[in-house]
Design a protein around this ligand. Structure first.
Ligand code: FES
Length: 152
C-alpha cells in the first residue's frame, strides 16, 4: 500500500505516493527521473548515490523515501545555476576529477559537503571525508586537487 510523501527536490515541491520500501535513490531515479544520482552497489558501499538531505550528505540507497517527508533534497541536477556550473563542478572539470564519470555525481555531492562542513583543511582530512566514495578509475588525487582548489 502506498503512502503520501511531500518532498522538495532541487527547489521543486512534489506530492507523491510511494511504497514504504522504496529507497530515496529509487524514488529519485524512477519516479522523478533524476538519473544523475547513480546506483553502484545499492548497499551503502560505494557512495555513487550520494545526495544532500537538508544540507547533510546521505547515501540515498540506504534511506527509505518515506523517512524524508517534508525534507529538502538536493541532487547533482540541483547544483548548477542555469548554465553556470557549481564551483565544485568547474573544479572537477579543471582537474580531471574523473575518467568514466559514473561515480562523479556522488563524488561531487560529497565534495561540496566536505568543504561546507569544514573537512577540507588538509589532504588527509579530505581523503578521510571522501573515503566512502569509491572511484574504480582511481581518480582520487585529481578529486583531492579539485576539492583543495574550491576550498580556497
Ligand atoms: Fe548507495 Fe553504492 S549505491 S552506496
Amino acid at each position: 500500500e502506498k503512502v503520501p510523501l511531500s518532498l522538495k527536490v532541487n527547489g521543486t515541491k512534489h506530492k507523491l505516493q510511494v511504497e514504504p520500501r522504496t529507497t530515496l535513490l529509487d524514488l529519485l531515479r524512477e519516479q522523478l527521473h533524476l538519473t544523475g544520482t547513480k546506483k553502484g552497489c545499492d548497499y551503502g558501499q560505494c557512495g555513487a548515490c550520494t545526495v544532500h538531505v537538508d544540507g547533510q550528505r546521505v547515501n540515498s540507497c540506504l534511506s527509505f523515501a518515506v523517512m524524508h517527508d517534508g525534507q529538502e533534497i538536493t541532487t547533482i541536477e540541483g547544483l548548477a545555476k542555469g548554465d553556470e556550473l557549481h564551483p565544485m563542478q568547474e573544479a572537477f572539470v579543471k582537474h580531471d576529477g574523473f575518467q568514466c564519470g559514473y561515480c562523479t555525481p556522488g563524488q561531487i555531492m560529497s565534495a561540496v559537503a566536505c568543504v561546507r562542513e569544514g573537512h577540507a583543511g588538509s589532504e588527509g582530512e579530505i581523503r578521510e571525508y571522501m573515503s566512502g566514495n569509491i572511484c574504480r578509475c582511481g581518480a582520487y588525487s585529481n578529486i583531492v586537487a579539485a576539492i583543495q582548489d574550491v576550498k580556497q
